[in-house]
Design a binder for this molecule. Structure first.
Ligand code: PEP
Ligand code: MN
Length: 340
């Protein structure tokens, strides 16, 4: 629904032009005459396109979009929460809260197998680890690529953990889809619409991370691209926003969690590792994210964080992760949920 508010001094010809433009597009304008001003309500899915055309026309004061721009991701499209299952027993959006954990990057066979065993022992149900890494610097470690995927598959064989790993481009996405239980689209690629369409067609669940400067509506519009390709399995992820305060790597926007639950049926998880950038802040913010209603968590854990090839400063030690899981289990109980 579009609401076109006319200026007080708009002429009958101005009003007629607005109504004609709507009718030309097959829409039915409804004129609401107020004492000082008139408004025109235009219903129908094409409202958004006509809205842009009406903005700035003579006599038009304001054009308001009343309903959200995303459709399939909106609560109204699916009143009950969507539950996304990435592997047997690993479901996001229901009573259970799965925890995904592991290193930022896959570095070697021994590193990823050790990490997998350690996070599994502490209660994680899925293993994270990037084979294709989007690094700010082209000189930084870029990941092991296809070899990293092979190592992730070995870690799954060894532990039974589900695999979550990032794809950065179309070709990589096809490779990732052959191995991963869930394809991660990272913050930097949240608005890579070609990649979103590709992962929408690959038939695997997608973990879509919020861009560092993306609004909640931007995030849901990106999810809409994946849903539109016929893939209903989208898990959203809050991972922090760029801010002016250098104390932390990102400003972890926990408000996004209850807001997304109000406006969308999709599950949303939280990443306090990238959200804070500091291992000493991960545990308190993991607790806060769960308390805010997160449908899962993704945490960076490294067998030896001081030797990590990426994101060591924000990676928990296995002992810290074990304690985090213990505390999260208590919070889940209070909320009437339980860790998966
Ligand atoms: C990651 O998960 O390691 C990562 C690169 O995350 P983000 O896209 O949120 O920066
Ligand atoms: Mn990382």
């Amino acid at each position: 629904m579009l609401l076109v508010v006319m200026q007080a001094e708009a002429t009958p010809a101005d009003l007629a032009r607005v109504c004609d433009l709507a009718r030309e597009r097959g829409l039915t304008p409804q004129v609401m005459a107020g004492r000082a001003q008139t408004a025109v309500a235009i219903d129908g899915v094409e409202g958004r396109a006509v809205g842009a055309a009406l903005q700035g026309l003579s006599g038009v004061a304001e054009v308001l979009q009343v309903d959200p721009p995303y459709r399939k991701a909106a609560r109204a499209a699916h009143p009950s929460p969507t539950i996304v299952t990435i592997a047997p027993g690993v479901a996001f959006g229901g009573e259970q809260v799965p925890v995904i954990a592991g290193p930022c990057s896959v570095e070697s066979e021994s590193q990823i197998i050790r990490a997998a065993e350690q996070v599994k022992a502490a209660g994680a149900v899925a293993l994270r680890g990037g084979a294709f890494k989007p690094r700010s610097s082209p000189y930084a470690f870029q990941g092991l690529g296809a070899e990293g995927l092979t190592l992730l598959a070995r870690a799954r064989e060894a532990t039974g953990l589900a695999i979550v790993t990032e794809a950065m481009d179309d070709e990589g996405a096809r490779q990732v889809a052959e191995v991963a239980d869930c394809i991660q689209v990272g913050a930097r690629n949240m608005q890579n619409y070609a990649l979103l369409k590709t992962v929408g067609r690959l038939g695997r669940p997608v973990l879509l991370k919020r861009g560092a400067a993306a609004t909640i509506a931007d995030l849901l519009l990106s999810a809409e691209y994946i849903l539109n390709e016929g893939n209903p399995s989208v898990i959203l992820c809050e991972r922090g926003l760029r801010s002016f305060d250098a104390t932390v790597r990102n400003l972890f926007d926990l408000t996004a969690i209850p807001v997304v639950h109000q406006v969308s049926h999709l599950p949303i998880i939280a990443d306090p590792s990238h959200g804070t950038g500091r291992r000493d802040l991960v545990m308190p913010m993991a607790r806060a994210a769960l308390a805010a209603g997160a449908d899962g968590l993704i945490l960076e854990v490294h067998p030896e964080p001081e030797r990590a090839m990426s994101d060591g400063a924000q990676s928990q030690t296995p002992a810290q992760f074990t304690e985090t899981m213990r505390q999260l289990a208590g919070i889940a109980t209070v909320l009437g949920r339980r860790l998966a």
